[in-house]
Design a protein around this ligand. Structure first.
Ligand code: PAF
Length: 279
């Protein structure tokens, strides 16, 4: 496995565009990332994984500084998963000057849910992903459904800019108790870790109650927020949206392909999760 730190070295290793399968990450890898790498390897192309903690997608009060940087351990995990090239640039390589040109995603998709609670987040994500795509020039790029809205933003960006890249989704990897794997789970204390699955349980309950049509969605959302808050969480949102564009269901609309999405803070750690379901 080759480890490169510059765009020039990555391009030298992959001189023909459209010849790799790409997994962008911020490092501190867990089994969910490794599942993405294994799925990437199934394309029979060289697999490139990037590791870069992207300052542009963190607000000043967020965890950019304390986000774990574990390059050596990440490389040890990537090789047996089938990764061929690790692209691990430093900040100066990707942001040699202040990034004043940015990718501005469609606000109807990017200013809701995560984008509402983390203003500018999807501009930061879209900008770095565009830059990473330009560096790796992949044929296929893989994103986890755990970051559901991110996957949709990247899909739409790729489509609208006519990038010659197939965006492939991977199912969320979960721990035995059902907690979605995330690098941020490492911030949880033992007590918080034991409670962390309550977010996905709340989303399941919301999905069932929505499907059963027991009350209007606003009422179900408010009840779900109250129930999670009573368990000691500080929820940002718990909602049900249309799967294909994250728009809100109409009054009394129940039949369809939905996703229940949520974000909530447990102590100092903010977790997100989602569950696809049909009614
Ligand atoms: O999902 C992530 O880890 C990041 O948002 C990504 C896509 C690597 C961009 O920094």
């Amino acid at each position: 496995m080759l480890v490169v730190h510059t765009i020039a070295a990555l391009r030298a290793a992959l001189p023909v565009p459209g010849t790799c399968a790409f997994v962008p990450t911020m490092g501190n890898l867990h089994d969910g990332h490794l599942a993405l790498v294994r799925q990437a390897a199934s394309h029979g192309l060289p697999v490139v994984a990037s590791i870069f903690v992207n300052r542009l997608q963190f607000a000043p009060h967020e965890d950019f500084e304390r986000y774990p940087r574990t390059l050596e351990r990440d490389c040890e995990l990537l090789q047996p998963a089938g990764c061929n090239i690790v692209f691990a640039p430093d900040e100066h390589e990707l942001y040699p000057e202040r990034q004043t040109f940015k990718v501005q995603p469609d606000p109807t998709l990017a200013d809701i849910l995560e984008g509402h609670f983390r203003p500018g987040f999807f501009t930061g994500v879209s900008t770095i992903v565009m830059k990473l795509f330009n560096a790796a020039q992949p044929r296929v790029a893989l994103f986890g459904k755990k970051d559901y809205q991110q996957l949709m933003v990247i899909r739409r960006m790729t489509q609208q800019f006519a990038l010659p890249i197939v965006i492939e989704a991977a199912e969320t990897s979960r721990a035995e108790d059902g907690l979605a794997l995330s690098s941020r789970n490492g911030y949880l204390s033992a007590v918080e870790r034991a409670k962390a699955v309550e977010l996905s349980q709340a989303l399941r309950t919301l999905a069932v109650r929505f499907g059963d049509g027991v009350a209007p969605l606003e009422v179900l959302e408010a009840q779900a927020l109250d129930a999670l808050a009573a368990q000691g969480w500080q929820p940002d949102y718990l909602t049900v949206r249309r799967r294909h564009d994250l728009s809100t269901p109409g009054d009394d609309e129940r039949k369809g392909a939905w996703v229940a999405l949520g974000a909530a803070r447990l102590g100092a750690t903010r977790l997100i999760d989602n569950i696809e379901f049909s009614a």
